[in-house]
Write a protein that binds this ligand. Structure first.
Ligand code: CTP
Ligand code: MG
Length: 235
């Protein structure tokens, strides 16, 4: 079984809108519905779990019905951090999961995820147990510890930008989260870090530039432009 876990428990503070960014209307549909549709139509995904703040659960249920999302099976309460939100989802699906089932963990705030990325995540997670989605960085990345002066310029070809999904065998990611709690680590922004902390390898698939995360207002403008130009044609 392959389960898409969509993380929508954040408040979108960097966007600064009156509602969390994942619920902003984009051409007649909440942003998260665009994300959920990509999972709903994917023939390798069996079920979807969404994590969100409890105030939004009812709206989400209504939208899922209205927009014909068929695979939504769990709506789970979010936690204070992304890490605890993920853990809440893993706990909620535990009874229905066996250890080799695949979870594809994705930010609700990345609505332009392609079918290729979902498919490759599932294939590689089955083979390797843990997989990240990354793109080579087009720009040189500069390291500064004090935010004023440059400490060093790491070699660009060794640097990638992390996206989501991050996908795992169920048993491995559950162990990684339990280990994180044991070591008082509650605020990881990334599930792969937690697997690396178990000294397990993490493979990766190549993402794409359009799978960017909606973080600030400029990203909303870009998202709308891409959808207007024809999401399906571009992807
Ligand atoms: N997320 C979550 N639970 C949290 C925090 C974040 O499920 N407690 C989700 C967000 O909803 C988002 C994804 O994790 O889909 C990536 O997080 P981010 O882009 O940082 O979203 P926010 O935390 O909502 O935004 P900000 O950091 O600007 O407040
Ligand atoms: Mg955040």
């Amino acid at each position: 079984m392959n389960i898409g876990i969509i993380l929508a428990g954040g408040s979108g503070s960097r966007m600064g809108s009156d509602i969390p960014k994942q619920f902003i209307d984009i051409y007649g549909k909440p942003l998260i519905i665009h994300t959920m549709e990509s999972f709903d139509v994917n023939s390798n995904i069996d079920y979807i779990a969404v994590v969100c703040k409890s105030d939004w659960k009812e709206d989400l249920q209504i939208w899922a019905r209205k927009f014909g999302i068929n695979k939504l099976r769990w709506i789970v309460d979010g936690g204070d951090t992304r890490q605890t939100s993920t853990y809440n989802a893993l706990s909620a699906i535990k009874e229905q999961c066996s250890k080799d089932d695949i979870v594809v963990i994705h930010d609700a705030a990345r609505p332009l995820i392609s079918q290729r990325i979902i498919d490759e995540n599932i294939i590689r997670a089955k083979e390797f147990g843990a997989v990240d989605t990354v793109i080579p960085t087009p720009d040189t990345i500069v390291n500064s510890k004090d935010g004023q002066t440059i400490n060093n310029v790491p070699v660009r070809k060794e640097l990638y930008l992390g996206q989501t999904p991050q996908s795992f065998k169920y048993d491995l990611i559950l162990r990684a989260h339990e280990n994180a709690f044991k070591t008082n680590n509650f605020d990881a922004t990334d599930d792969c870090q937690l697997v690396l902390n178990l000294n397990e390898e993490v493979n990766f698939v190549t993402g794409d530039k359009l799978n960017f995360k909606i973080t600030t207002f400029e990203d909303l403008v870009l998202l709308k432009a891409v959808i207007k130009l024809g999401k399906l044609e571009v992807l």
